[in-house]
Design a protein around this ligand. Structure first.
Ligand code: ADP
Ligand code: 5GP
Length: 196
């Protein structure tokens, strides 16, 4: 009797803050159940914003709890994405999902995205969501109204640097027109996850 190995795949979305990663991931998860995506809920030491819920959008931890997870080796990767604010991917839920044959979608910063890609290699597709310009990012972050002025400036200050990582990703999607961007993302995932 042959043994069938069931193992899911990883889809990684990275981009400067405000590029539209969350919007695109929510669309894919809601509209494409055939992709069998589960979201990798990261840990973070930042506070919840807007309607974010603990355990759904992030696991919100104190800096001390976050350090403990690092020390215990519970994070697959972690980064200090903004000064004093830590974000990291929890190892065990990801491994559990993949071993059950589910596919996992990640919303992580550029360095985390490239580290996850390196870890899972051919089992992962890394996608960079490129904003049309930094001015447009500013407009989107201001319109989103979830960060104060200081945080928006901090995010914009990092955007050019983050954009320099784009060529290292498997695919780049420019998110200017949202419906075109979700169509491109749908096409990429159909090929990578379903082979169609
Ligand atoms: P990220 O997760 O990358 O930080 P979001 O998905 O939260 O970005 O998007 C930032 C803001 O920009 C949100 O208010 C979202 O509704 C809006 N947005 C996303 N894509 C577009 C687009 N193509 N055109 C205009 N606004 C957009
Ligand atoms: P935000 O505060 O806007 O939710 O996220 C800020 C940045 O942290 C985004 O670029 C987001 O993708 C990234 N991020 C979220 N979770 C993780 C994670 O687990 N690891 C890494 N490296 N970055 C993350």
């Amino acid at each position: 009797m042959s043994t069938v190995t069931v193992a899911g795949r990883c889809v990684i979305f990275s981009a400067p803050s405000g590029s539209g990663k969350t919007t695109i991931i929510h669309y894919l998860m809601r509209r494409h159940p055939e992709f069998r995506l589960s979201f990798s809920v990261s840990a973070t030491s930042r506070l919840p914003r807007g309607s974010e819920r603990n355990g759904v959008d992030y696991f919100f931890l104190s800096p001390e709890e976050f350090r403990q997870k690092i020390a215990l080796g519970e994070l697959l990767e972690w980064e200090e994405v903004y000064p004093g604010r830590f974000y990291g991917t929890l190892r065990s839920p990801v491994e559990r999902q993949l071993s059950l044959g589910g596919n996992v979608v990640f919303d992580v910063d550029v360095k985390g995205g490239l580290n996850i890609k390196r870890h899972f290699a051919d089992r992962a597709l890394s996608v960079f969501i490129q904003p049309p310009s930094v001015d447009e990012l500013r407009r989107r972050l201001t319109a989103r109204a979830t960060d104060d002025e200081r945080q928006i400036l901090q995010r914009l200050a990092k955007a050019e640097y983050e954009m320099s990582f784009a060529p290292q990703f498997d695919k780049i999607i420019v998110n200017d027109n949202l419906s075109e961007a979700v169509e491109s993302a749908t096409g990429l995932l159909s090929r990578f996850l379903l082979g169609v």
